[in-house]
Unconditional design. Sequence first.
Length: 535
Amino acid sequence: MTTEDISHAPVYEAIDKNDYLFKHRMIDITDLDFCTCTDRCGNDCMNRITYMECYQAWNCKLGRSCGNRSLQTLEAPETLVFQTVNRGHGLKSVVFIPKGSTIVEYIGEVINQAMKIDRLAEQAKANEANCYMVELAEGVFIDSRRKGNKSRFISHSCMPNCEMVKVDVGPVARLAIVAKEDIVEGTELTYDYQVITNDIEGFECKCGSIQCRGFMTWNSRRGSQRQLWDDDDVELELEGLLSELENPCVRFPPNSTNAKCADEDEELVDMSLSTNDNTMAKQLPHVCYNMGSFEDVQVKFGLFCGTAPTNGHCLFVAMDACIHDIRHVGVGFKGNLLDEAAGDRIMAQRAELWCSVVSNQDAHWYASQEFVTNLVEKKKLNVVDAVDELFSQRAKYHPRTTLPKHLWGHSSDVFCFRKIVDRDIYVFSEDPKRLAWCLSVYLQRTAKKSQKLKYVNDQVPVEQWQSLFKAMPDAYFLVNKANCHWEPVFRKTQDVISVYLLLKSESRKSSSRSNCVGVDARFVFCKSLLHTDLV
């Protein structure tokens, strides 16, 4: 930081690594296997895929120059703190920064849940907002308000040139600010804060980008969040009326598990993986129908599917089948609705979502949708009017008709629709790599790691999954074969249940498809207790 920076920047204590204020649990790295890279650890390195840096001799034999140790060998590009026109202090590059480069580590005081609540309550009484807290792990947060480095000055933008990524480095988790694009000299560094708050108008965005959402609120297409309390929330917490689990107060890096649930007894994270088989994608409602017996044993979880681009139906076909308290609907092998009444329900759901999105300030969640973006850029419409037109165009299509691709917006639909049905459903990606991502997140939360994570395509043999999940002894796994018989693979404890649904199709081995489940892989994390066997 230059002399000019020091004279204008807010006062804080500069540190060069995280300062832990409590005794924390280290990640268990004793069982890590070596990555299989032979030259350099590039994009195919299993450590890199699972957001883990190669560390000493624990999990990589190539040494410090392997290419996947950016935080350990960080040579930070020169940056400068400066005073922006309308957004306080910011940080800009002094040199050219290539895309994918790690710019700086986000550091500060590392605190636990109790410390977080105390600090936020104290600042709320003083009418001070905290924009510096980031969730590092479950119940662990980085607060750079008092101590930190120049990363604390990076401003928000709805069209950022950087992103925050959580990376495991040996036994600890760390946060990196990474360039999303080539950044030329003198450019301000930004990333998307994605604030979640009841006081939306209190967080007006002034980034000025062409994709500006108007507010620094959460964009559903990404997993990161910056969450803040408003004054009312703090007062309720001080009175003991809000649980710690349900108080939005921090932001989340893109590869952190984020499952804020309406029900304290339930934590639900759903991920949908794409498939190259149209029939498989269209058969999900059959699977949901076959799972109906789960309600008899009071297992609270929902399986949302139907977001794969090969799915020949509107999102709401799968929603109608899978959302709790909505009657099941069947879809034939050719994608035809088998329940005639489903069409009316789907149209009603579309109308309800349309009204909710436009009236409840949720339109910004669709800011990146292709149709909306074109209207904003070419016809100069605001986001709300553009989203209103999106739903107007959708309403012209019958549920039996596939929506044109430019009218899709499945991820945004899910996040908005869950508010209507009061359920938390998260669809992170349609990229098969995300399977390894989600498993690595769960393993980190249980202080375990596995090097068995691999790319997953459809029709993966059960034996491979059994080998893969040996590092997760506290999880409950199920396999669904072609005869729709639920078969336990592992079950040791039931404190936290992770239900993995491997829906294995035998369609390529059999000429008859009548009993084919017809999907590749979908899984759900569910924080609930199972009181009876499912076999």
